[in-house]
Design a protein around this ligand. Sequence first.
Ligand SMILES: Cc1cc2nc3c(=O)[nH]c(=O)nc-3n(C[C@H](O)[C@H](O)[C@H](O)COP(=O)(O)O)c2cc1C
Length: 348
Amino acid sequence: MPHAAARPKRLGMSEYPKTSALMRRGAEFLGSEHAILCGAMSWVSERHLVAAISNGGGFGVIACGAMTPDLLDAEIAGTRALTSRPFGVNLITMHPMLFDLIAVCAKHGVSHVVLAGGIPPKGSVEAIKDFGAKVIVFAPTLALAKKLLRSGADALVIEGMEAGGHIGPVATSVLAQEFLPELAAEHLVFVAGGIGNGGMIAAYLEMGAVGVQLGTRFACASESIAHPAFKAAFFRANARDAVASVQLDPRLPVIPVRALKNKGTAEFDAKQREVALLLDQGSVDMGEAQLRIEHFWAGALRRAVIDGDVESGSLMAGQSVGMVTKEEPVAEIIQTLMAECEKALSRR
Ligand SMILES: Cc1cc2nc3c(=O)[nH]c(=O)nc-3n(C[C@H](O)[C@H](O)[C@H](O)COP(=O)(O)O)c2cc1C
């Protein structure tokens, strides 16, 4: 298993003065050397990748996904054993045991909790702040972003439709133009979706972002436990292979998921038809129908990431997958991104 001591030595912050200056507020908020988050990826963002990211100068985030409180408890403890640096925990707002999961984070004194997958339910932001953690939220619209920031969220991630996993309908570049001029002066905004090269990071930092979040670029790092077949599929893929799922039934508002096209894409369509039929028959309500859809993704992603079933499993990946060409240690990926960003800023 990867070990902190075996990793290449990190360069100091002064190696990237322009980038570090623009990332300063983000890095201070995260408590990391660089304001580069590795977004939580279900099954992929477990203790080894999360610790490697934080040890490598970035900020790792555990993907709680559908984990039970006991499993999350063990994952946080396991991550702590591998890094003394800060890391976060990503909780899905629709998890039926959300408040128990928050209690587990409190028990461990987790410093940052990311609430993903929908509007945070009443009391959740307060419950997190009560034990002293920072709350990071996603917001698909500017109005919602302002509301969440007013009601106690400490930082915001704006994530465009180029990203891997569950996505919204708007491109990162457009979100950045809408959100950053309005919010960047007073709030901490991180940009996610479609970032594969440090040149892009430079552009978002110059627009006022305090940092960035990447997923796809880190999914196949040497420290990632993803199955070799999952990684090989990423190395082969081009941007155009990472497609968004299509909603088949107008009543069933499934959140689109971006993944590499395979047999699983067709199986998802079959699943939607099956669940729509159950809705027709009245044997499930809308909430249950949506949960069944989400369970499909969780199961399919596990099959691809853990079992290496790249045929019918879900290969969630963003459009930046075309820039993922080989297995590299996390620390090297972070240094490459920082160097590319610094070079771009130095040309100005
Ligand atoms: C395989 C995979 C699984 C993901 N799972 C989650 C998740 O469980 N929770 C979440 O908030 N985001 C999830 N994401 C989104 C990432 O956290 C991140 O925001 C996204 O990958 C950033 O865009 P990029 O892929 O273009 O770098 C996932 C992304 C991928 C590629």
